[in-house]
Design a protein around this ligand. Structure first.
Ligand SMILES: [Zn+2]
Length: 245
């Protein structure tokens, strides 16, 4: 049995003599692992299209054994990511994160759209890397089922006070009067940026702007929230953070 779906290559493990075991994010079936037979050979038809970040319409064969990828109509390679170590490291972190957060074996179009938009802005230099990182992290974790409750103070319903307090464990926001022990203080600018990331439609998502100070706090907050919700740390993130600007 064969099926086709739009997919992007997130991870490759070489196996056997010249095979690749590929982890995909697919539109119709979420995260999938499939073998690309002999794809490591330069003359193989999947050699070019089974590389990291390659986007295309892939054909999969589902037999009695493991899933196999057999064809690809390649659309985009995001090749320019490879010209900048910082961007490449960030994109690899996005890959590791999405493998963890996206569903397996069920439709994942919203994950794929978020990923492709973010990686496009990253590879084409269309948006500051310091905006893209927290934006991708918070939006991803929200669509993965951990959307923080940023509508208003969880205690009294107040929409905004000059400083607001975010609790990373319950994902709730508190005003100055209701502030909870252990909740972190954030300026309204940071809270507004978080609200933008969580609530904007995709076509407005990438218009996010914030001051350097707010972006720094936002970045710390989204990293911490991801770590707590997924209960995992990411090697690709450590590597990204180790690279100097
Ligand atoms: Zn309150």
């Amino acid at each position: 049995m064969t099926f086709n779906t739009d997919a992007v290559v997130l991870k490759i493990v070489k196996t056997g003599e010249s095979d690749r075991l590929i982890t995909f994010l697919t539109k119709d079936r979420g995260i999938l692992k499939a073998f690309a037979k002999a794809a490591d050979r330069p003359k193989n038809k999947l050699h070019m299209s089974s590389n990291l970040f390659c986007l295309g319409n892939f054909t999969f064969y589902e037999g009695s054994g493991a899933l196999r990828v057999t064809e690809c109509d390649l659309e985009e390679t995001f090749y320019s990511l490879r010209n900048d170590i910082k961007k490449l490291a960030l994109a690899q972190y996005f890959n590791e994160l999405i493998i963890e957060a996206a569903p397996a074996e069920s439709p994942a179009e919203d994950f794929l759209r978020l990923y492709l938009n973010t990686v496009y802005f990253l590879s084409e230099n269309k948006k500051d890397i310091k905006v893209l990182k927290p934006l991708f992290e918070l939006r991803l974790i929200s669509i993965a089922g951990y959307m923080p409750n940023l509508v208003a103070c969880a205690g009294c319903g107040e929409f905004e006070t000059e400083t607001m307090y975010f609790d990373f464990y319950d994902g709730e926001l508190y005003c100055e009067n209701c502030k909870k022990t252990g909740a972190y203080p954030y300026s309204l600018e940071v809270i507004s940026a978080m609200r933008h990331i969580v609530f904007s439609p995709l076509e407005k998502l990438f218009t996010l702007k914030a001051s350097p100070d707010a972006l720094e706090s936002l970045n710390e907050a989204t990293e911490k929230y991801i770590k707590i919700k997924l209960q995992k740390s990411f090697k690709t993130l450590d590597f990204y953070n180790s690279i100097k600007d």
